[in-house]
Design a binder for this molecule. Sequence first.
Ligand SMILES: Nc1nc2c(c(=O)[nH]1)N[C@H]1C(S)=C(S)[C@@H](COP(=O)(O)OP(=O)(O)OC[C@H]3O[C@@H](n4cnc5c(=O)[nH]c(N)nc54)[C@H](O)[C@@H]3O)O[C@H]1N2
Ligand SMILES: Nc1nc2c(c(=O)[nH]1)N[C@H]1C(S)=C(S)[C@@H](COP(=O)(O)OP(=O)(O)OC[C@H]3O[C@@H](n4cnc5c(=O)[nH]c(N)nc54)[C@H](O)[C@@H]3O)O[C@H]1N2
Ligand SMILES: [Mo]
Length: 815
Amino acid sequence: MGEIDRIAEPWGTRAAYGPGEFWPVRVDVRLDDGVRPADVDEWVQSATILHSNGDGLDIAVKDGRIVGVRGRADDRVNHGRLGPKDLFGYQANNSADRLTTPLVRRDGELVETDWDTAMAAVAGRTRELLAERGPSSVGFYTTGQLFLEEYYTLALIARGGIGTNHLDGNTRLCTATAAAALKETFACDGQPGSYTDVDHADVIALYGHNMAETQTVLWTRILDRLAGPNPPKILCVDPRRTPVAAAATIHLAPKPGTNVALMNAILHEIIANEWVDRDYVDRHTIGYDELAKQVADCDPEWAAAICDVPPGDIRDAARLLGTAERLLSTVLQGFYQSHQATAAAVQVNNVNLLRGMLGRPGCGILQMNGQPTAENTRECGADGDLPGFRNWANEDQVADLAKVWNVDPTQIPHYSEPTHLMQMLRYVEDGSIRFLYVSGTNPAVSLPELARVRKLLSQERLFLVVQDIFLSETAELADVVLPAATWGEKTGTFTNADRTVHLSEKAVEPPGTARADLDIFLDYARRLELTDKDGEPLVKWTDAEGAFEAWKECSAGRPCDYSGLSYEKLRGGSGIQWPCNAEHPDGTERIYTNGEFWSEPSYCESYGKDLVTGAPLDPVEYEAMNPSGKAVLKAAEYLELHEPPTSEYPYLLTTGRTLYHFHTRTKTGRVRQLQNAAPEVWVEMSPYDAELQGWDEGDLLRISTSRGSVRARLRISGIRPATLFLPFHYGYWDAPDERSARAANELTATDWDPCSKQPLFKCAAARVERIGVGNAPSPAPTTTASKPVVAGVSPTRGGTDAVVLEHFPAKGDER
Ligand SMILES: Nc1nc2c(c(=O)[nH]1)N[C@H]1C(S)=C(S)[C@@H](COP(=O)(O)OP(=O)(O)OC[C@H]3O[C@@H](n4cnc5c(=O)[nH]c(N)nc54)[C@H](O)[C@@H]3O)O[C@H]1N2
Ligand SMILES: Nc1nc2c(c(=O)[nH]1)N[C@H]1C(S)=C(S)[C@@H](COP(=O)(O)OP(=O)(O)OC[C@H]3O[C@@H](n4cnc5c(=O)[nH]c(N)nc54)[C@H](O)[C@@H]3O)O[C@H]1N2
Ligand SMILES: [Mo]
């Protein structure tokens, strides 16, 4: 047992292991000051909710209050470990400023009210609009942070009950491209890989994925492999010198937005050097010839000129991938939120397919998720999908869903793909959507072009409902605010990025009159008197377990099959990976193990799209192209950035995360250990540019695009030249004086990927000027990608305030 400052050392102590060995257990424990393990009344099973890793944990309860967390040694995902946000973040539940009672707007002010008044207003306005303007005047914008049971209920209410096509999740900003890339290649969502591939891989390639900061425990697994015998080689593709880049064998730092050019050059090299697994490609894929043709001229010199990466480095990277024996690829926002998002992410799938690296230990693709429950938003059809990965363009699958719901198939909108959020915003703007019900997301900080978003959401004619746990920037604009119970205060399940399902049990009562999101949705459905085609209540369950049982029925026979799971089965022990059914009662570690896919025309979730225009293929075209359901090698041409740098806006601005904060900081900003580690916004710039301008660490800069400007202190970091980085965490709830000059999204554009419709947060043309000389370093962390290049910046530490216990089991007792 050891004590360690986990703000200073985010990944904790190493436990080295070799290829194919068991990742040693290390149990991380954090309790409130003055609470000893013996004082804890009860440990309640759950998993982590500040990223998509799904680390099993137990919540410590004392006197009816959450007082700490402990990693679950038996969980397949984390073997006991927890990351800094989870070790300290639970304290946000106990914040004094949680919402405890509903609020309604009266004479311009939000005032406290009771539940009956608030819900009568919400249901009343819905009914009025349904009568006056029909279902398309009603829209829902949910999240990747509720539970499966809540999404499934919401999807039924919106799609099966109200009959609107306007239901999407903030997963649109997050993992829409993961889903789209999987649908393009495999004609169906569903993560091929498993986290255990880390234990076996000899090469791990991370594309636009700062795993060290965003999935800290998965990165710990890689660090432990790197510390052991026969470590894997790491490829990092990121314009910044992230901790991943620092640990990499090869780091390519392309210009933001040029991922497709880089990938095409890598594919060119793999083909030119005959590193292709011909047998796998011939038996299990279609599209090789087009792909080979597309990349034939894309040699490293061509890509080097576009990406500004040395051609020799591209060759070395291609050789690493081309000669790997067990290749694990991971992809995240550096691809998903950048130019040609889906096209780029699909090329990563192509690398693994060309090399036949799929479905075996160590050979996997992780088109990563970001949010803890984003997978469930997708599975349950609370975003741009129908429940159970059903295909909206396949009448039989829609009829099958209608049967599960006991509604008429025409009741479920499927005249087009479900409306994506960026389109919904346009409908709010033009007044065709008049009611927007926002749950578990903070669009007034997280959407692009915030000046526009504020204007849209504060319109008089829009009835805005916000269901949150704090008075967020978005809640401040609402007509009705509904206080939700959250993680630890309600029961439900959620699924991580490698298909592992966890049960999260209620540990404590919510504050005040706050209610579980599920209970609020159920109340809403009751008040709308939604019925099935026999006139019975449409929503037939009254609690979380009832919703889960109904979901099992909806998912049975579909790829994300939960029919073999139950709350009982998920209690104790480890999370379990879907598909879990009679055939696979203990779950499924890897899918696509025999080169068989879910892409058969009658079964597949998607017929695919044109990667340039986003136009969907029709069933006939798909059937002609892929009659026997193989994987699709889909080629893409590199296209110029939509907003290239100009003389007025000469820099490329990219945005993203830091290790210590989660999103708009409604939780982590209220936790002193995390907030102290990264207290204020900063901007990263290369030493080359800083020297050229004659600017120093800590100088106050103004960063502008054609949409707005933000003030931030300069951190001279390892970012590539001509590129700027802003963390997007800093909104206004704790800095009202900064109104409209702090959030990165003041600067980003209303622009999205044609295929996934995911907004492009990662490449905007920007200008920067100095507005003040600094007298101290910027407040950016030193342990992360924002590590300073100059000396004299005091290191990020938590000190005695951030001590965590690490338990390594005794020898012989490791499993
Ligand atoms: N600490 C922390 N962890 C989190 C979260 C959090 O808020 N904080 N959020 C969770 C969620 S919802 C998500 S979606 C994930 C996101 O996890 P990540 O995708 O790892 O995080 P980001 O910082 O958004 O972006 C990753 C990297 O993309 C790089 N990048 C930017 N533009 C480009 C480009 O054009 N090409 C390439 N190749 N790279 C580029 C950036 O330099 C950045 O280091 O993290 C999850 N985990
Ligand atoms: N510039 C830029 N913008 C980005 C990104 C980027 O990289 N750059 N990343 C994008 C990505 S990947 C994501 S995921 C989004 C995240 O964007 P948001 O979803 O807007 O961010 P959060 O701060 O997580 O907002 C979640 C809200 O739900 C509330 N909440 C928490 N738990 C519960 C609960 O149990 N019930 C209810 N009802 N509410 C709850 C929180 O208080 C908070 O207000 O941001 C996107 N925006
Ligand atoms: Mo995300």
